[in-house]
Design a protein around this ligand. Sequence first.
Ligand SMILES: [Zn+2]
Length: 150
Amino acid sequence: MSPPDYRAMLAVAVEEARLGLAEGGIPIGAALFARDGTLLGRGRNRRVQENDPSAHGETDAFRKAGRQRSYRDTLMVTTLSPCWYCSGLVRQFGIGTVVMGESANFHGGHDWLRAHGVEVVDLGDAECIAMLGDWIAAHPQVWHEDIGQD
Ligand SMILES: [Zn+2]
């Protein structure tokens, strides 16, 4: 089997982040894929839109994917390094691979995931870095709220 096209998968997460941005939300998107490239679910951070602090990109995509028998051969693709909450989700359900757009704006739990056998790919994507970086500079308070810092 040829390796998954990480860039094409990231494009779906970026699309979600852009939708969130257009809604006035935090531009972080994610998508859950099967290893063969089948899209299972996609989502975005909805903290602002839904007044829901538990709606992160990864959890939104995970919920939209519905029940899966096994997560070992799934990939969580996200525009940003997953926070502790979302890293916990990856471990809880045994998601085999995390593909992240960047870890420059935020360094979440991906080292911990890697140490526990999760395959972690950091694409260091310039567009992801710029989109969220610009947003954080303009909305520092909402950002600190989202990452749980007073
Ligand atoms: Zn999260």
